[in-house]
Design a binder for this molecule. Structure first.
Ligand code: CP
Length: 326
């Protein structure tokens, strides 16, 4: 296994395939041990993992907090208000001090500038910093999704068709972090990837170029479709998720109007019937039930959403165990 001791995880693009496989292998072992009732609380005994959240969370927070406890350590739940960050303490001063007390840190900041904040902070850190989701990336979710796909297809991903699709979902503009992270990670693991979205919901040129480069190096296809049904046809894996038309407009009202232009971009049983019989429906959750996806699909035979959510635990534990290793 390739060591990732002390390494930050801000985007999976900074990690080699071998380093990512270290996390997959460790997560599988920790999952198996937990299922067998084997404790592994000697791995990070008495270690502290800081979880700095600028926004709320169900899965990310609880998977990290339960995970560090199971490894023998302890989590500190931090917010800007509960620290001096709201008073303007700099990234450098915050992490230099916390590095003296603890062994690792996770940050969630999905508002614009979130990635820049954590990159600056990580530059001063003496402990590994893990991106718990920013405006650009959600690497811990994407890694858990990769583990789920590997499990569901017995590690045989060659030639599998995966669709990363935009969906309709009203009310607010969601970040591009999931679509970006999936496009960047999955193009490196033998699958043929289709990115499906209405024209105005394209990703940044830089992300598209990196994903294409990943696909070229891996010898797989990476294509874009503007028709959801065409994309779903014969797919093995579908990952439909809403994001905002952020690369098209920064005007919120215009963005919301654009979302309303495409109400037919929802996942229902008719669309799932276009996919392979053994296909899987994925979503990072939370999802808007009976808006972006029907409950028939979310609770149906193709859905693996709770397995995905569970794998956050095992992958987070693997990330902490390997990056915070002594
Ligand atoms: N998928 C995900 O990150 O969920 P939370 O927002 O609940 O952490």
């Amino acid at each position: 296994m390739k060591s990732v001791k002390g390494k930050h995880l801000l985007t999976t693009q900074d990690w080699s395939v071998e380093e990512i496989e270290t996390i997959m292998q460790t997560a599988r072992r920790l999952k198996e041990e937990r299922n067998l009732g084997i404790y592994h609380d000697d791995i990070l005994r008495a270690a502290t993992f800081y979880m700095l959240f600028f926004e709320e969370s169900t899965r990310t927070r609880n998977a990290f907090e339960a995970g560090i406890h199971q490894l023998g350590g302890h989590a500190h739940y931090l917010t800007p208000k509960a620290t001096q960050i709201d008073h303007g303490e700099t990234e450098k001063d915050t992490i230099k001090v916390l590095s003296r007390y603890g062994e690792g840190m996770g940050i969630r900041r999905t508002e614009v500038g979130g990635h820049k904040y954590m990159k600056t902070l990580a530059g001063f850190a003496d402990i590994p910093v893990l991106n718990m989701q920013c405006d650009d990336y959600h690497p811990t979710q994407a890694l858990a999704d990769l583990l789920t796909i590997k499990e569901k297809f017995q590690n045989n991903l060659k030639g599998k068709k995966m669709v990363i699709s935009w969906t309709y979902a009203p009310n607010y503009i969601r970040p591009l972090s999931m679509a970006n992270s999936l496009a960047l990670l999955m193009t490196r693991f033998e699958m043929d990837i289709v990115l499906a979205h209405p024209p105005e919901f394209h990703l940044r040129d830089e992300i598209m170029e990196q994903a294409q480069d990943n696909a070229d190096k891996a010898g797989v296809d990476f294509s874009v479709a503007n028709d959801m049904e065409e994309a779903f046809s014969d797919a093995h894996i579908v990952y439909p998720k809403s994001w905002g038309p952020i690369c098209y407009t920064d005007d919120v009202e215009e963005g919301l109007d654009l979302i309303d232009k495409y109400p037919e971009w929802v996942v229902d049983q008719a669309k799932m019937n276009l996919t392979k019989d053994n296909s899987i429906y994925m979503h990072c959750m939370p999802f808007d039930r009976d808006i972006e996806v029907t409950s028939e699909v979310a609770d149906g035979k193709h859905s693996v959403v709770y397995d995905e959510a569970e794998n956050r635990l095992h992958v987070h534990k693997a990330l902490m165990a390997q990056t915070m290793a002594r």
